[in-house]
Design a binder for this molecule. Structure first.
Ligand SMILES: *Cc1c(COP(=O)(O)O)cnc(C)c1O
Length: 386
């Protein structure tokens, strides 16, 4: 057993990030959105091939702006997956919309387009698919369903980077797409996000992201610039700081290295756990590149004498940090009460939830860390086999 606790998903930082942030502070010129934020937007846009990119203080902000740009309000439905972080649904409530959901595919845990088709109504203003664990959804089918129904698509790409469909990066389409740089995500700025999509929509989001002001500080405080601005709409305070952007620029430049390190751990897990009779690993589909944001095991509960929660307790006792992604939206008290959802409302999501564990995965992990995780899992399985 490990003597030191293995953290679930620590950031992978180098001296480069530390130097970059320190430089911002030493210069002492732009702490908030300034030249580094602009450059981060430019570089991110180039990397994923996006029409436009807007740096924000979170992915949640990007999802909220997506709802606002598409005019979601009372009477409008937003169709999403039950197996997501609460933010995907919360932003719909923030604008007074109605959350509707389509159950997941049991093997990929991604929203199932056949279920989307059943749940679409004339009121569905937005479909909001989540690229769960960084595996892209079937966007060709989802975009076609949206178009036929007159709906917009807002993609939750919080788990992506780098995720691709064929040769195209998630973020390259016209759909508003929201990325997260939260501390546990594949690339991080501590807190942060990026919204990509069609230029006209991203420009609208840019105004709403900074109080609704017609011109950003960036344009007002530069030498020779005018102080004047208008407020055509009451906006929000969602902009990224140059301190965060300095980190983001370095993390983006290290993306290949970070992904390679992550894949070393993933391949080791796949090899050691892929054939276990006690659990299943996530299925990945040909033609897609997943970012492997999460590595899930789903317990074959029939083969074990313990529950998922007991399994987690034993992993933690063995100094292995872990997590669950996610307790589904329909089981959260606010949503269960408001919409009258029960565990049976979305049976595939409920079933997956009851047996899933996210095991440690980060670009910071060593092969020895991964071997410790595998050993702990195998020991617990054997000890508790039915
Ligand atoms: C992390 C996450 C978010 C929110 O990201 P923030 O940057 O923390 O706002 C939204 N959706 C999913 C699926 C996430 O994992």
């Amino acid at each position: 057993m490990r003597s030191e606790f293995l953290s679930f998903s620590p950031p992978c930082l180098s001296e480069q990030e530390i130097t970059a942030v320190t430089e911002v502070l030493r210069e002492g010129a732009w702490l908030s959105s300034g030249p580094r934020t602009k450059l981060f937007e430019e570089n991110f846009k180039k990397t994923v091939g996006a029409p436009s990119a807007l740096a924000l203080n979170s992915a949640t902000a990007g999802l909220h702006l997506g709802m606002l740009v598409h005019g979601v309000g009372p009477g409008d439905e937003v169709l999403t997956t039950p197996l997501t972080f609460c933010a995907t649904a919360n932003v719909v409530e923030h604008v007074g919309g109605t959350v509707t959901m389509a159950d997941i595919d049991p093997e990929t845990l991604l929203i199932n387009p056949a279920e989307i088709e059943k749940k679409l109504t004339p009121k569905t203003k937005v479909i909001s698919p989540v690229h769960y664990a960084g595996h892209p959804c079937d966007m060709k089918t989802i975009n076609a369903l949206a178009e036929a129904n007159g709906s917009f698509v807002v993609e939750d790409a919080a788990h992506c980077m780098p995720s691709k469909i064929g040769g195209d990066w998630v973020g390259a389409s016209d759909n508003l797409t929201s990325f997260s740089f939260y501390a546990t995500k594949n690339m991080t700025t501590g807190e942060g996000g990026m919204l990509t999509g069609k230029t006209e929509w991203v420009d609208r989001a840019r105004v709403l992201a900074l109080h609704g002001m017609s011109r950003a500080a960036w344009n007002r405080f530069a030498k020779g610039a005018s102080w004047k601005y208008d407020v055509p709409a009451p906006g929000y305070k969602y902009n990224m700081t140059d301190i965060a952007a300095a980190m983001g620029l370095v993390q983006l430049s290290r993306l290949d290295e970070l992904f390679e390190r992550r894949m070393t751990i993933v391949e080791l897990y796949k090899k050691e756990l892929g054939a276990s009779p006690y659990l299943q690993i996530l299925k990945t589909l040909p033609g897609y590149q997943t970012s492997w944001h999460l590595f899930l095991i789903q317990l074959n509960l029939e083969t074990l004498k313990i529950t998922r929660d007991e399994f987690i307790e034993q992993l933690q006792a063995a100094n292995i940090g872990c997590s669950v992604h996610y307790k589904p939206i329909h089981l959260m008290s606010y949503y269960a009460e408001k919409y009258g959802w029960t565990p049976e409302s979305f049976p595939n999501a409920t079933r997956a939830y009851e047996r899933m564990i996210s095991i440690p995965l980060s670009s910071k992990m060593t092969p020895q860390d991964a071997a410790d995780v595998v050993e702990a899992i195998q020991t617990i399985c054997k000890k508790n086999a039915r």
